[in-house]
Design a protein around this ligand. Sequence first.
Ligand SMILES: CC(C)(COP(=O)(O)OP(=O)(O)OC[C@H]1O[C@@H](n2cnc3c(N)ncnc32)[C@H](O)[C@@H]1OP(=O)(O)O)[C@@H](O)C(=O)NCCC(=O)NCCS
Length: 166
Amino acid sequence: MLTLRLMKDDDISLVAAWLNKEHVKKWYEIPHLNVTIDDWLYEINHRYDEFQWLTHLIVMWGDTPIGLCQYYNCQDSGEEDFGTLPLAGSYGIDYLIGEEDYLGKGLGKALISLLVDKIFSFPDAQRVTADIDKANQASEKSLLACGFVLIDGEDSRFVKTKNSFQ
Ligand SMILES: CC(C)(COP(=O)(O)OP(=O)(O)OC[C@H]1O[C@@H](n2cnc3c(N)ncnc32)[C@H](O)[C@@H]1OP(=O)(O)O)[C@@H](O)C(=O)NCCC(=O)NCCS
């Protein structure tokens, strides 16, 4: 069974290994925005201070950690690249399956679904958004299968609203 649990300090070396795997790195390194894997690790290592607005969760398949996801309240993030998305009530997400053996088995869809359910249990949550690379077909198809819609083709921004049925 797939579950999500809070990331602990002793998960970080595994998470760092996942982020540096080619199938993850190719999407998490974003050269045109100067985003490196070290930037993602910096956020993780500063999650109790500068990046306390981020919540990191480990994706578990039974007792096996297989991936990472995170969510954040867009208003708390101080980030400014949400385009026309209303910030109040919006939560951003990121996700990855680090263990190759667990790719392509429906677990990406399942983890996004669990993450969205968790966020929609928060009273203030109205919508969940994900900003992906246009070429990332596995990510795009996972979002679409979970009821997200594309709202900004330029940035490849997807949104799922709380009262959309899926
Ligand atoms: C994105 C990711 C979480 C998807 O998880 P997954 O378990 O591999 O995907 P699923 O098996 O749940 O499949 C989801 C959909 O993507 C499709 N898909 C899966 N792998 C694919 C691939 N390599 N190419 C194209 N489509 C793919 C599936 O057919 C399915 O589509 P469908 O619902 O229309 O049939 C996973 O591929 C991953 O972690 N990738 C590396 C990190 C990453 O890209 N994170 C997202 C950054 S925005």
